[in-house]
Write a protein that binds this ligand. Structure first.
Ligand SMILES: [Zn+2]
Length: 440
């Protein structure tokens, strides 16, 4: 059987008779070896902690551990036959425990670990542990009459911090300092309403405190939430603090308790091209006369999700010859928006339903009078149609007086920590000076 063997002999217990080793009794050594086809590392010897070490709930010091990855086309049976398991056991596991885990669902590229006993220099599997996700696993107990059960790794959350000066883009700045792409995406979401990330100035900097999730205390399985940030842009600090008081708030606010969100998204789509702007004096090319265009046209591929730009109530989800499929949302007594030419409505969107900002309400199409797939976005202020791109739109609600004291005490302790984060290169918090010194 040709397989890329990535063998980790996690542990080797050497039991040496008392007679030979004075009064030491059993002498444990922890030997870790890693072989691949292309490289061989020197064995590393690490002293073994006295308490029993568990992995997936199994005592590692009783077995030889072999870590591997499921190859393309490799089956449960293929793997275990190589480790001295007979057809009868393989068949029993595959049939009797199908409801716990169907072995046909093993996926190539996923990790597994064999817990083996070494008999006459042959590794005989006692358990196989299949990692179905970063945190979930399946244990195949291959002893006696066999057993299969599911397990979940304990996830611990650690707070981490990162800071850096942005020389080219936020993304590169974060990566340079050891941040992940996911962190860059999260940060851009936090500031989506505040900062135009395409207009980053040299000398802008960031300081972040965020959560990272770990299993087995050291293996990162992704990031949690950004807890606090200072995004210093164009000579000004933009703070954000994640405030979750279990009842009223689960959102980001600045140092004054103002929401980082605006009441309206800039556009009802994520990716688009503006094909026609609001224009009360548009000369219609076909009709050869002035015919006002009281919306903004966003061209996007057929089927692109259309979002409600603010919280509100759907007051129409209907069809007319001109509008095609359209949705109209009333946000409050001042603002109403409308979205035209949809190919279809999102599930559950109908007159009377409540929507949150960013909820998908339909999909781009070209129903009604439309020449190509686009959404015509219309915006009313106090019953009058206006150009949303020219409005100074309101911010989302700030923290109310009732909660501001709670917020302030929570926020201030985080702010002290954020302010205390040093920028790389030990310079005081003046990135412009730092940048100048780098360039001179
Ligand atoms: Zn239009």
């Amino acid at each position: 059987m040709q397989r890329k063997i990535k063998l980790i002999l996690s542990l080797l217990v050497l039991s040496i008779p008392l007679v030979i080793l004075n009064n030491l009794g059993v002498f444990d050594r922890f030997v870790s070896e890693k072989h691949t086809e292309s490289e061989t590392q020197e064995p590393v010897t690490v002293p073994l902690a006295r308490e029993a070490q568990l992995k997936y709930g199994l005592p590692v010091d009783s077995f030889v551990l072999i870590d591997n990855v499921i190859d393309n086309g490799e089956s449960f049976g293929n793997i275990l036959l190589d480790f001295g398991i007979d057809y009868a056991m393989i068949h029993r596991i595959a049939t009797e425990f199908k409801d716990v885990f169907d072995v046909r669902n093993l996926r190539s590229g996923k990790d597994y670990t064999i817990f083996a006993e070494n008999r006459d220099s042959l590794n005989v599997a006692r358990y196989m542990v299949y990692k179905s996700s970063a945190t979930d696993y399946v244990v195949f107990d291959l002893r006696d009459t066999g057993n299969v059960y599911l397990g979940e790794e304990e996830v611990s959350i650690k707070e981490k911090s990162i800071s850096g000066v942005i020389n080219s883009s936020l993304y590169e700045g974060l990566i340079e300092q050891g941040g992940s792409p996911a962190l860059a995406v999260e940060l851009s979401k936090v500031y989506a309403w505040t900062i135009d990330f395409f207009r980053i100035q040299p000398g802008d900097y960031f300081k972040l405190i965020y959560e990272e999730k770990f299993i087995q205390d050291s293996i990162s399985v992704g990031m949690g939430r950004i807890l606090a940030a200072d995004f210093h842009h164009n000579g000004r600090s933009f703070y954000s603090f994640w405030f979750d008081n279990d009842t009223t708030y689960r959102d980001y606010f600045d140092e004054k308790g103002r929401s980082l969100r605006k009441a309206f998204l800039k556009a009802p789509l994520d990716f688009f091209r503006i094909s026609s702007r609001f224009n009360p004096r548009r000369f219609h090319p076909v009709l050869k006369r002035v015919k006002p265009h009281l919306g903004t046209d966003y061209a996007a591929p057929h089927g692109t999700p259309i979002m409600s730009t603010a919280d509100g109530e759907v007051i129409a989800a209907s069809y007319t010859r001109g509008n095609g499929n359209y949705v109209k949302v009333r946000h409050n007594s001042t603002y109403t928006t409308q979205y035209l030419h949809m190919s279809k409505f999102a599930k559950g969107v109908k007159k009377g339903s409540r929507v949150r900002q960013g909820d998908v309400i339909g999909y781009v199409g070209s129903t009604g009078l439309a020449t190509g797939p686009h959404v015509c976005y219309r915006f009313w202020v106090n019953g009058k149609q206006v150009d949303p791109l020219r409005q100074d739109l309101p911010e989302a609600e700030p923290i109310t007086e009732e909660y501001i004291e709670d917020y302030n005490s929570f926020m201030e302790s985080l702010k002290v920590r954020i302010d205390a984060l040093a920028l790389p290169l030990d310079e005081p918090n003046d990135p412009k000076l730092r940048l100048a010194s780098l360039r001179s």
